[in-house]
Design a protein around this ligand. Structure first.
Ligand SMILES: [Zn+2]
Length: 120
């Protein structure tokens, strides 16, 4: 698998995050990767929330360094509470599984590390 391009465009139309399946709304910055593998090509679009989440918890390595897909990130998010990384990690995992939106559809803030307010 080869990455042909990796960009961070601002959405002009509505896209769907390939990682959490939420809508990426016009005006949001998202990640866009173009891959080639043999004769196959595909585009992976990822919301800024998922990119931050995957980076915070090294979830891209959760698949033996072969990259990740929706299933591997979803599995990793469900496993995350078992790693005792603190309540913030549990909250982030739950937010990922909710597609980064509240039940009323409000977009949540992009996940950040809570190092300064961990309190332990
Ligand atoms: Zn996403």
């Amino acid at each position: 698998m080869q990455t042909v391009s990796s960009t961070r465009p601002k959405a002009r139309v509505r896209h769907t995050c390939d990682c959490c399946v939420r809508a990426i709304h016009p005006g949001e910055t998202y990640g866009r990767w173009f891959f080639v593998d043999g004769g196959d090509t595909w585009v992976w679009k990822e919301c800024a929330h998922c990119t931050a989440f995957i980076g915070l918890y090294d979830l891209s390595e959760s698949h033996g360094g072969e990259g990740y897909d929706r299933d591997s990130v979803s599995d990793a998010a469900q496993d995350l509470p078992n790693y005792n990384l603190g309540p913030l990690s549990v909250r982030h995992a739950a937010q990922y599984l909710m597609g980064w939106t509240t039940r009323l559809g409000t977009l949540l803030p992009i996940p950040e590390s809570g190092v300064s307010d961990a309190g332990d």
